[in-house]
Design a protein around this ligand. Structure first.
Ligand code: NDP
Length: 268
């Protein structure tokens, strides 16, 4: 199947690692020109080198914190100049989770988490809206978590914020139709930078990486028996963001190895 991504322009926030980087690589192999951003310059430079190895002269990497409004606007301006004034796909992927219970979450942490989850969508969408409007069949794909439907008490503010984000995306799918499609993926557990950091911070240093991740998959009762690889959600992001998904908007695709316990109404 031709995804129709040849010569399209895609922006992936948080593209310097994990799922975002895997998405950028697949977009390049599908013929798109790709822009990534992240906060850490060294990580970004390493990612850019990897993208250049996939396809030379087809990627741009810019330092940008998606929570900094001025930086996001400046980022969009640079992308517009680089792309010739249009963006076909915006992938809002930048972010991380926060493990805390209601008892252990301070007001400042609540505010920080709500800001991260909402404004990592709001600011890039606002900044890139006119570039998306200039594309023939533009799309937004948001990376979200199954926690939005299946909250976990040890990730209380992340879960609540993610549920709100799904609600926001549904509104945007309506407001932006028929011009811009808006979809999301909802992740279970994916073996990326986040989980690598938790593995490195583990208290039980006796277990190998494979043993630690296998135990995690068992503890989380993942039917497919393992965490996902970054390429697995990345393929879904690329599909949902491509012209091949031309009749899909306001939808959400669960990518969790089957960890969801419910049958739910379709949509975001
Ligand atoms: P990684 O840590 O590997 O990647 C996160 C990326 O986001 C990095 O490139 C990071 O770069 C960037 N980033 C983080 N904060 C910002 C910011 N404020 N501005 C710009 N870039 C930022 O993790 P994943 O690939 O797993 O994460 C991708 C998305 O998937 C995240 O939103 C995460 O919350 C979500 N998710 C992941 C799950 C998993 O199991 N892996 C489960 C559920 C959701 P830098 O730090 O240099 O800025």
């Amino acid at each position: 199947m031709d995804l129709g991504l040849s010569n399209k322009v895609a922006v992936v926030t948080g593209g310097s690692s994990g799922i975002g980087l895997a998405t950028a690589k697949i977009l390049l192999t599908e013929g798109a020109r790709v822009v990534i951003c992240g906060r850490d310059g060294a990580r970004l430079a390493s990612a850019k080198a990897q993208l250049d190895a996939v396809r030379p002269d087809a990627a741009l990497a810019e330092t940008c914190d998606v929570l900094d409004n001025a930086a996001v606007n400046a980022f969009a301006a640079k992308v517009g100049a680089w792309s010739g004034g249009r963006v076909d796909l915006l992938v809002n992927n930048a972010g991380q989770g926060r493990a805390s219970t209601f008892a252990s979450t301070t007001d400042a942490q609540w505010r920080e988490e709500l800001e991260l989850k909402f404004f990592s969508q709001v600011l890039p969408i606002r900044a890139f809206k006119s570039l998306l409007d200039a594309a023939p069949s533009p799309a937004i794909v948001a990376v979200n978590s199954l926690l939005s439907l299946q909250p976990e008490p040890h990730m209380v503010c992340t879960s609540a914020a993610r549920a709100g984000v799904q609600n926001l995306l549904k509104s945007l799918a309506g407001e932006f139709a028929p011009r811009i499609r808006v979809n999301s993926i909802m992740l279970g557990l994916v073996d990326s930078g986040q989980w690598q950091r938790r593995f490195e911070a583990r208290t039980d240093k006796a277990r190998t990486r494979d043993q630690w991740f296998a135990a995690l998959a068992r503890d989380k009762h993942i039917p497919l028996g393992r965490l996902g690889a970054p390429e697995e959600p990345a393929r879904a992001i690329v599909f949902l963001g491509s012209p091949a998904a031309s009749y899909i908007t306001g939808a959400s695709l669960e990518i969790s190895g089957g960890v969801s316990r419910s049958i739910r109404a379709p949509g975001l």
